[in-house]
Design a protein around this ligand. Structure first.
Ligand code: NAD
Length: 287
């Protein structure tokens, strides 16, 4: 029997409705309109598309949004000065620096991102927010893993006591996913490029998360029958063809539930950013 397809648009719509509802409460009860500032440095075409999508989503939900376009040759000092200004700007509750940064400042990425006030760090990359995630305190969580967890909850997929395996240990996806699953009482294993006999580990998983960046890397023989498969990977294999890290066609015949690519996790990420902007505003007004 073919797996249940976890359509990103269904869940993204629910995230957005929730963010819109909470933004309206902030406006009506506290006189606060949640605000997002996105800084984009240079003219990377993919980044321009992402930033436009974020701006459009904000407009749909009554979230104030500013796009700050800085020239390609922006220095670290200039970018940090802009972040400092936004940290003090009362209209702005969330600040996001679109990655990747141009070459001359790419090496200083951590220093630049860490300059964002943790209360406004809607990407959830700041060490303060990472610490809060690890210790279970309220904070801002990276959008992609937060979206995956919320989707599992809304889809009524049990996590408590289940075996979850994550392939990939990035700071953006794999590591936060580990803590989010652990906080929901899953028994979590994280695999990476040095893991031996990967298939033996993945075959144990009730929930398998693939965040590797290799097209169709997870094959049907690596999956436990009935498992839930979350495919975070986005791999462009031809100018207009995106595939995930999972061999979708074959794996959907074995799995119990699976996210497609495109149309899966990618759609959750921007919707979860909207939730993070609202959450940042809620935390800042003390709600
Ligand atoms: P990354 O590129 O930083 O790291 C890849 C991880 O895969 C590493 O931890 C590495 O150890 C692991 N890996 C590589 N080869 C492996 C192998 N042979 N066996 C086991 N593990 C292996 O990862 P990332 O930034 O988390 O991105 C992963 C994928 O997710 C990419 O395709 C990226 O485009 C995508 N992504 C999607 C979204 C979204 O919104 N859907 C967000 C972030 C990342």
């Amino acid at each position: 029997m073919s797996a249940r397809i976890l359509e990103g648009k269904v869940f993204a719509q629910q995230f957005k409705e929730d963010a819109g509802r909470r933004a309206a409460i902030l406006r009506e009860k506290h006189g606060v309109t949640p605000g997002l500032a996105v800084i984009i440095v240079g003219s990377n075409p993919a980044s321009q598309v992402y930033v436009r999508n974020k701006h459009k989503s904000c407009e749909e939900l009554g979230i104030y949004s500013e796009v700050i376009e800085l020239p390609e040759e922006t220095t670290k000092g200039e970018l940090i000065a802009k972040i400092d200004e936004l940290n003090l700007n009362k209209r702005i509750h969330g600040i996001l620096v679109q990655l990747p940064l141009p070459q001359q400042i790419a090496d200083c990425e951590a220093e630049i991102l860490n300059r964002i006030d943790p209360a406004k760090d809607v990407d959830g990359f700041h060490p303060v927010n990472v610490g809060r995630l690890v210790t279970g305190e309220p904070g801002l969580v990276p959008c992609t893993p937060a979206g995956c967890i919320r989707m599992l909850e809304l889809a009524d997929i049990p996590m408590d006591g289940k075996k979850a395996v994550i392939i990939g240990r990035s700071n953006i996806v794999g590591k936060p996913m580990l803590h989010l699953l652990l906080a929901r009482n899953a028994t979590v294993t994280i695999c990476h490029s040095h893991t031996q006999d990967l298939a033996a580990v993945t075959k144990e998983a009730d929930i398998l998360v693939a965040a590797i960046g290799k097209p169709k890397f997870v094959t049907a023989d690596m999956v436990k029958p009935g498992a839930t498969i979350i495919d975070v990977g986005i791999n462009r294999i031809a100018p207009k063809k995106l595939v995930g890290d999972v061999d979708f066609e074959a794996v959907k015949e074995v799995a119990g539930a699976i996210t497609p690519v495109p149309g899966g996790v990618g759609l959750l990420t921007v919707a979860m950013l909207m939730q993070n902007v609202v959450k940042a505003a809620e935390l800042q007004v003390g709600k």
